[in-house]
Design a protein around this ligand. Structure first.
Ligand SMILES: [Zn+2]
Length: 438
């Protein structure tokens, strides 16, 4: 059994107020009233009875269905309080327009830092912060022309990368990033882990000294164990993973002891476990409800990732408000299936493949039941031994009947979303079939 997390009285008050406003005042949720058992029931039970909010629901009711009637959207857009933002996605099914409330976002971010002692120390609000992300996700895109440093500055931020395809980074671009880190001396480096790992492979191979920020936070992507290994060869800085989404703000922050703490002043999390045969009661999907954003009510939004709950709901750091999560297990779109149809999360396959010695990058694809293609980038000469080691890992996880092929390349390219994909099944899967819900 997993122990129940602790929540404050304030958390329940916010949960109830958000639920009542959403069901009674917002068009997007008025059809959900039919599922609500009613005010006599505990708030957790009322939430549990409701559906999950999907990106297609957002598209259908955007924007009016998520904004209370007393809020004037036109006025908010005109005075700059809010704006519309598009999220990137690997297909139309993932792209969506959201309402962005900068003040709320900043407050959610600031509160998330409190869950990590190093983040609270270095992220003061006006600290110099470098961002290494795909320009498709944040910053300024300029694929043809290299932009000078001053064109990549915005308030206390420096965007280190303006390219959409990091596999095309030249040595000159990577030298420039290393020089700019030295000049700018960021207290915080916010990085897309696959991009920072790529920069680190270069710095390590060329034996370059790199400026050490106070803390490096990972966002945008699942940080692979392989990324950690490559980054650790170059950086001794504190590392922490920050978890959230455009729709929900900051949801979890990894503390200095390594576990993830819910940003429970700003969001509610409902957890739906996987069926026993697909991973059991501690791994499941997260539905996130935002608190106190007067411009945008997200209720039980499916963020698309799995989390693994800490069984004891305890952490060495002593923080104990909200869910304590041992690991983010990766996105639903990154799951694969064993030969007998059991679900394998990204974390499970990533932990195993990252043990391979001297590989730069990998991507695992499952084109059909029982069939697996592993793309590898490796400087290792002895490919025959590497093949044997990789095949053993795949058959241990997917089953002895797994048909595997291994393809070597010089580099892997990101998805259209700008993010790297580590694993995916190439056939449709319906998550609901794997969840232990009535
Ligand atoms: Zn902790």
């Amino acid at each position: 059994m997993i122990r129940l997390p602790r929540f404050s009285a304030e958390y329940y008050k916010k949960s109830l107020a958000t639920l009542e406003t959403s069901l009674n005042k917002l068009d997007a949720y008025s059809p959900w009233r039919a599922f609500d058992p009613g005010v006599k029931y505990p708030v957790d039970e009322r939430y549990a009875a409701l559906p999950a909010l999907t990106k297609s629901d957002i598209r259908e009711h955007f924007p009016r269905g998520f904004v209370p009637a007393e809020k004037d959207i036109e006025a908010g857009l005109n005075n700059g309080e809010i704006q519309y933002v598009n999220t990137s996605g690997s297909s139309d099914a993932f792209r969506v327009t959201n309402i962005w409330n900068q003040a709320w976002w900043d407050a959610s971010e600031r509160t998330s830092w409190k869950h990590n002692a190093h983040a609270s120390q270095f992220a003061t609000g006006d600290h110099p912060e470098a961002i290494l992300a795909n320009a498709r996700n944040v910053g300024i895109i300029s694929d043809e022309v290299d932009l000078p440093m001053e064109k990549r500055r915005l308030s206390h931020f420096l965007f280190l990368n303006e390219k959409t395809d990091p596999s095309r980074w030249t040595p000159e671009i990577m030298d420039r990033m290393i020089e700019e880190l030295e000049m700018f001396k960021p207290a915080v480096l916010e990085a897309n882990p696959s991009l920072l790992a790529r920069l680190c492979r270069y710095a390590f191979a060329k034996n370059k000294q790199v400026f050490q920020p106070g803390i490096i936070t990972f966002t945008y992507e699942y940080p692979s164990k392989l990324h950690y290994k490559q980054i650790r060869r170059v950086f001794t800085s504190h590392l922490a993973s920050s978890y959230g989404s455009t729709e929900t703000g900051y949801v979890f922050m990894q503390c200095e002891a390594g576990k993830f703490h819910q940003n429970s002043d700003f969001c509610r999390v409902d957890f739906q476990p996987l069926k026993q045969e697909h991973g059991g009661s501690d791994i499941g999907r997260m539905l996130v409800t935002t608190f106190d954003n007067p411009w945008y009510y997200m209720l039980r939004f499916d963020v698309g990732d799995f989390a693994r709950l800490d069984r004891e709901q305890k952490c060495d750091c002593g923080r104990d408000s909200g869910f304590i999560v041992d690991a983010i297990e990766g996105r639903w779109t990154n799951v694969t299936l064993t030969c007998d149809g059991r679900l394998v999360t990204l974390r499970r396959i990533d932990d195993a493949l990252s043990e391979l010695d001297n590989i730069d990058e990998y991507r695992l694809e499952q084109p059909a039941k029982g069939v697996y293609t592993l793309y590898l980038v490796s400087q290792r000469q002895d490919k025959e031994t590497l093949n044997k080691e990789a095949r053993k890992i795949l058959s241990d996880i997917y089953g002895e009947k797994a048909e595997t092929s291994i393809i070597y390349g010089e580099f892997l390219t990101p998805e259209d979303s700008g993010k790297y994909c580590l694993a995916k099944a190439l056939f449709p899967l319906n998550i609901v079939n794997y969840l232990d819900i009535k």
